[in-house]
Design a protein around this ligand. Sequence first.
Ligand code: BGC
Length: 492
Amino acid sequence: MTMGPSVVHHAHVGAARASRTSGTADAHRDAPVQPPPPSSGVRAPEASLILPRDFVFGVATSAHQVEGGLTSNNWADWERRVRPDGSAMVPPSERCGPATDSWNRFEEDLALMRWLGVDCYRFSVEWSRVEPRRGYVDDAALSRYRDWCCELRTAGVRPMVTLFHFTEPIWASDMGGFAEPPVVDAWVAFVERVVARMGDLVDDWVTVNEPVGYVVQGWLRGVWPPGLADPGLAGRVLENLLLAHAAAYRVIHVAASGRSAAAERECRVGMAHHVVPFRPARRANLGDQMLARALDRAYNHAVPTALTTGHLRLRLPGLWRHVHHPELVATQDFLGVNHYFPLVARLRLRAVRGLDELDVGPSAHGVVDDLGFDLDDASMGEALVAMARYGLPIVVTEHGVCDGEEPDLRRRRGLTDALVTIARLLHEGVDIRGYLHWSLVDNFEWAFGWTAHFGLFRLDRPGLARTPRGSARLYRDLIAWHREAGPARTGS
Ligand code: BGC
């Protein structure tokens, strides 16, 4: 098995002589604008969409949303529960069930990735599959994940492994979930097992997916498990997730350096941050502006700031928290950005006592996705520029469009706009290494169940056949063209 450089390192090769951001950008600027057409005959994209040849293109999924047959995690439990009035949390037709059956059809999905020509597959390892009962480790499950990594690498697709993507074993929820330090310790022990088993095959790691989104949905809005609206606990969970991340960062690096100096150099650990540009609903309204700024600080910047300075500061109505943990500092090798949509904020005149009273939502003025969120070609740029201030290489760890229409014109437009934005920002000096599209195949979309379609491939239920959408063909052509004719980053 050959071990190539990590996603982050991969795109950095050749830029080493120059300084971090300007070096990469200068190199890109020097590149020929119109490289020769590829022999495959794929039509060259618009000049504004030309990315460096070593730019990483990929797709992303998460275990609960695709694997199927997961019955021992907090989401499976949530889907089985009923509200006090007798209604289901998630209607029966919306339960995850077999998901896309990726657990059994991984090879079929890998064939789709090969057809697309992607360089990277981001997937998560399901804690409840590896440790369905506390202290009992299912070795066969770990072996299966290990096999996936082998098969991916053989196919030239780099595995990027997420260690926490919203799901935990029921026994961990029963212990209080991430509000409780023993659960943090148990999760770190799980990370040690995964790293011991797969570390030699994986260079790119995402510790925690969207910690703020998870806390907002599950612990503040109560629309995801554990279904709470408790700002005090929410702050504690966020703090514990950051401590868990920092511990995982060290576990992964210690294991890599134990293997070899080269393994340590290639190993890159980050977090996937959900970044939402917040805009004032009424542009000139001072109250709306203030609220948008406060939300931006709490939602987008509190976590990356904590991982830079050690200070976690949350200042929102009903949620006021300041803690200092020096061990959080410098625990990201790259900054993962998950970006989908902007939101607008409106300050109501009456006093806001809690977060549930804030008026925040989509503007829904222009083109929207199937869930009603704005499709706005400026917001990806805003999200990336906002994260660039942390001085780390950026990987777009998720972006996609919920579009179940045929043809999927909104997804194609969103994909193209995102890549044009990335090409422009690279040119302006923002260090962006890769783009992972959410998602490969339509999958189980949490509280929206099966009503939301994010796949490059359509999933026909119940047979689970996968059919490429127009966006899949577009992505495939773009990748093929860049592989063959994309400009070198160094201009050499
Ligand atoms: C989450 C995914 C989700 C996607 C689309 C992201 O915030 O990480 O799990 O499916 O958004 O809503």
